[in-house]
Design a protein around this ligand. Structure first.
Ligand code: UDP
Ligand code: MG
Length: 315
């Protein structure tokens, strides 16, 4: 087990989108929390295609602190892509990702590093209370996580933020997952490494408004659902089976009526054969669609090029 006193190289990955004027404050706030710690810090700011002077703010920060690296993306690729860019460029023993709006308290960094030192691969922060609770955000987040956990094999806690520490092994595993639609929380939970959850109180944004528009929230939810679950593809297959069950029920009913000799009084002529053909044909079509869906799902899993396994350690 690595000793607590080891002088880790720690990379802080901070994606920012239109946070001009805020990044200077964030940087000062983070420095106040980490400068006294006995670790080597490096700051990787990722400018996610901002168009409001964030680039200039970041240049100021970089000029004042040699430990700062600024990555500029060509356009606004989104939070998850920006985080991935920063993580890909990291070299530290520990990589901590956090938001650039002051909502992820930098005072927790020390505890995160200590937990990694104790042998955890991943330290995941979980928002348990929030200064200015947006009821809508909390409600959608709770429902979304319950739904996602129900339909996918991964287990995610509600309020899990993109505020977390990863050790080098977890970072390398994440880099080995080159999929395009990225939902990092899910991917990290999928890796199965030893992780611990650290609850925190989320303060209000330092300035400005949330950069997660409704459209962006929707895209993240769809990336999470469709890249973590093949269940939507099985809808065709299961509805085909339901139609076959209906066909069987209808046929048994018709047979029972004809054996009891009162078909004419209950059923219009031609109804039985028409219904039987309709139910069976729909069943066959849906099952075939379901099969195609399953093949599409398998192709989808292949093209994600996720590793088939991840090693815990080599003895
Ligand atoms: N962000 C980003 N690209 C985007 C949207 C957001 O890099 O397209 C950054 C943003 O600047 C912030 C972090 O991601 O540092 C989290 O975004 P935000 O605070 O707007 O989300 P919220 O806290 O409201 O969920
Ligand atoms: Mg925020």
């Amino acid at each position: 087990m690595p000793s607590k006193k080891r002088k880790y190289k720690v990379d802080l990955v901070i994606p920012v989108y239109n946070e001009a004027g805020v990044v200077e404050k964030i940087h000062a706030q983070i420095r106040a929390a980490v400068d006294k710690l006995p670790y080597d810090f490096r700051f990787i700011y990722v400018d996610d295609g901002s168009n409001d002077g964030t680039a200039e703010s970041l240049q100021w920060v970089k000029q004042a602190d040699r430990r700062v690296t600024v990555l500029m993306l060509s356009t606004n690729f989104g939070h998850q892509a920006a985080l991935s860019a920063g993580i890909d460029h990291s070299t530290g023993d520990i990589v901590i990702s956090m938001d650039g709006d002051g909502q992820h308290p930098p005072e927790m960094i020390v505890q995160m590093i200590e937990l990694i030192g104790q042998g955890y691969d991943i330290v995941q922060a979980q928002r348990v209370t929030e200064a200015r609770i947006s009821f809508f955000k909390k409600w959608t987040s709770d429902i979304f996580y319950s739904f996602l956990n129900a339909i996918s094999g991964t287990h995610l806690v509600s309020g899990a933020a993109d505020f977390r520490a990863l050790n080098r092994q977890a970072v390398e595993a994440l880099k080995a997952m080159p999929e395009y639609h990225r939902f990092l929380r899910g991917m990290i939970s999928w890796m199965g490494y030893r992780s611990v959850i650290l609850p925190y109180h989320q303060p209000a944004r330092m300035a400005g408004r949330s950069k997660y528009s409704l459209g962006k929230m929707f895209r993240l939810a769809s990336d999470a659902i469709f890249s973590f679950s093949l269940i939507p593809l099985y809808i065709g297959l299961s509805s085909g089976l339901v139609f076959f069950a209906l066909a069987a029920a209808q046929l048994s009913w018709v047979l029972w009526l004809s054996f009891s000799g009162n078909t004419q009084h209950v059923i219009a002529p031609g109804w039985s054969s028409l219904m039987a053909v309709l139910l069976i044909a729909s069943g066959i079509i849906m099952i075939l669609l379901g099969f195609i869906g399953v093949y599409v799902g398998y192709i989808f899993q292949e093209v994600k090029r996720r590793p088939v396994y991840l090693l815990k350690k080599e003895a």
